[in-house]
Design a protein around this ligand. Structure first.
Ligand SMILES: Cc1cc2nc3c(=O)[nH]c(=O)nc-3n(C[C@H](O)[C@H](O)[C@H](O)COP(=O)(O)OP(=O)(O)OC[C@H]3O[C@@H](n4cnc5c(N)ncnc54)[C@H](O)[C@@H]3O)c2cc1C
Ligand SMILES: NC(=O)c1ccc[n+]([C@@H]2O[C@H](COP(=O)([O-])OP(=O)(O)OC[C@H]3O[C@@H](n4cnc5c(N)ncnc54)[C@H](OP(=O)(O)O)[C@@H]3O)[C@@H](O)[C@H]2O)c1
Length: 459
């Protein structure tokens, strides 16, 4: 079990370790990726007794290249697409203004847990196998470690198991049969896997852009198949090549004006449809951002060949919707991920087609005591959002914040869904999309409102 603070600092734990307050609810954090460690820190600082279980031997989750947990889809050429100042936790800068590569990101999370004395609160190599509501507001949690099972009872469960580890393959699969290699982007590790091969990449998200670039640089041929046109914005723009997420409009501007900012970035980036893809069926800013500094140039040079959707797999060839056919050795499906909670019973909480309506992407109005971290697709980085969610949940557990009523939460969710449907085109990749700056502003406002609600109730 995790280290519980009983006055004496544990070996390696900084002097003055904070003592837990056993009168507070007892919490369990599932996972110690970038969101789980933010949760552990907030609970620790709020003196909430907790265990943080991590299936693998390290923190950082996805960002730990070749993480022994077997769940990380990081590849050797991966860098963040959210720049340093945007992805840093509020009290611990990553130390670069640019987009950090995966090694720097993983090291950053390591430094974070050591700096704040959090590592000792995490129980490594321990998987949460089952979370069962006991019916009295508490949960029985079963964990496994080295084949041994253990159970514990908790008042709150903070879910931070990540949502980019369960690959989504094309549904339904493309018709026909393929004799070559087929892999999901989750299993792509390094460009050498593509060396000398004729590679077809399917999907127009950020995985697709990165991997088709690697295919162009290392393979014998690179094809990119898109089922709809995409806007691809360059990651750095202007003479100083400033990361684009440092030039976004403030959250208070109306969307119509903010959208003009996106349009400007699109124009400065250039349209990939100029190279043979379909025109997008949506405006820029109305999809999860696809960013790349290289794809326009690779397309321009003919190193990446544009293709429409796949019609049929034909042995060692692939037939596309425009009737063209190509000889292909390997297909890399960059078709996104499923949101999965293997430790919940299906009837308790699940996210069919990635859809799990939550109040402020954190609180389920009908499932008290279970809170979600990082279960959002931000137009921005997830780490500061998780940090805010963690502090928010800690305030709820210590009683200094009160949630709105269930009815109010349901109404807010319904409003958010309407606004969301107006902006983002319908796709399983868009079920959890949030605008980073707006979410940060709204969550700050709600925290203040909830503290007032609590004071009014106390009075
Ligand atoms: C290729 C790629 C690039 C990305 N780039 C960016 C980016 O640039 N910026 C950005 O903000 N986001 C990016 N993302 C999104 C990514 O999800 C987040 O960056 C971040 O990894 C989310 O952190 P997390 O803690 O939620 O999940 P993870 O990093 O996946 O960590 C989850 C942790 O939970 C543990 N765990 C899982 N199940 C259990 C269990 N049952 N019991 C115990 N432990 C468990 C895992 O072992 C893991 O350590 C990217 C995603 C992908 C796929
Ligand atoms: N730091 C980085 O540089 C980096 C790199 C990779 C990934 N990421 C992040 O990781 C997350 C996942 O990205 P992702 O690119 O793996 O997935 P994604 O954003 O979900 O994109 C999936 C793509 O596959 C397409 N697709 C899905 N099913 C398909 C089908 N049956 N046939 C054809 N096309 C299909 C989708 O098209 P539709 O749009 O039509 O649904 C979409 O273009 C995102 O948050 C992303 O930003 C970041």
């Amino acid at each position: 079990m995790a280290y519980l603070i009983r006055g004496e600092p544990a070996p390696g734990r900084p002097e003055g370790a904070i003592e837990e307050d056993r009168s507070l609810p007892r919490a369990c954090v599932v996972g110690a990726g970038s969101c789980g460690i933010a949760a552990a820190k907030a609970l620790y600082e709020a003196r909430i007794p907790f265990d943080c279980f991590e299936a693998g031997p390290v923190v950082g989750g996805l960002w730990k290249f070749e993480n022994p947990n077997g769940l990380s889809g990081a590849y050797s050429t991966l860098e963040m697409n959210t720049s340093g100042p945007r992805m840093s936790y509020s009290d611990f800068p990553v130390g670069t203004d640019d987009y950090p590569p995966h090694q720097v990101v993983a090291e950053y999370f390591d430094r974070y847990v050591d700096h704040f004395g959090i590592r000792e609160t995490i129980t490594f190599n321990t998987r949460v196998e089952h979370v069962a509501p006991l019916g009295d507001g508490r949960f029985e949690i079963t964990t496994s470690s080295d084949g041994l099972r253990a159970t514990g009872t908790y008042d709150a469960v903070l879910v931070a198991n990540g949502h980019h580890w369960d690959p989504r393959w094309p549904e339904p699969p493309f018709p026909g049969g393929f004799d070559g290699e087929q892999m999901h982007s989750h299993d792509y590790r390094r460009p050498e896997q593509l060396a000398g091969k004729r590679v077809l990449v399917v999907g127009g998200g950020n995985s697709g852009m990165d991997i088709v670039r690697d295919a162009a640089d290392f393979g014998a041929a690179a094809f990119l198949s898109l089922r709809r046109g995409v806007h691809v914005i360059r990651k750095r723009l202007g003479r100083k090549r400033k990361p684009i997420d440092q030039t976004l409009a403030p959250p208070w501007l109306p969307w119509t004006l903010k959208q003009k900012g996106f349009e400007l970035m699109r124009i400065r980036s250039g349209d990939v449809s100029d190279y043979g893809f379909d025109e997008p069926d949506h405006k820029v800013g109305h999809a999860h951002p696809t960013v790349s500094d290289e794809i326009h140039d690779r397309l321009g040079a003919g190193a990446v060949k544009p293709k429409p959707n796949v019609r049929e797999l034909r042995g060692d060839r692939v037939l596309f919707e425009d009737g063209t056919e190509e000889h292909v050795d390997v297909i890399v499906y960059c078709t996104g991920y499923k949101v999965s909670f293997p430790f919940f019973d299906q009837g308790f909480t699940s996210a069919p087609d990635n859809d799990l309506p939550l109040y402020m992407r954190t609180f389920h109005p009908d499932v008290e005591g279970v809170y979600f971290l990082g279960l959002a697709q931000p137009l921005g980085a997830i780490m500061p959002i998780a940090e805010r969610q963690a502090k928010w949940i800690a305030e709820l557990l210590t009683g200094s914040y009160r949630l709105p009523s269930k009815e109010e939460m349901r109404a807010a969710i319904a409003d958010a869904r309407i606004a969301h449907a107006r902006r983002f085109y319908k796709s399983k990749r868009h079920t959890m999309e949030v605008d980073f700056d707006e979410w940060m502003r709204d969550s700050e406002r709600e925290l203040r409102a909830g503290r007032r609600r609590r004071e009014v109730r106390e009075a």
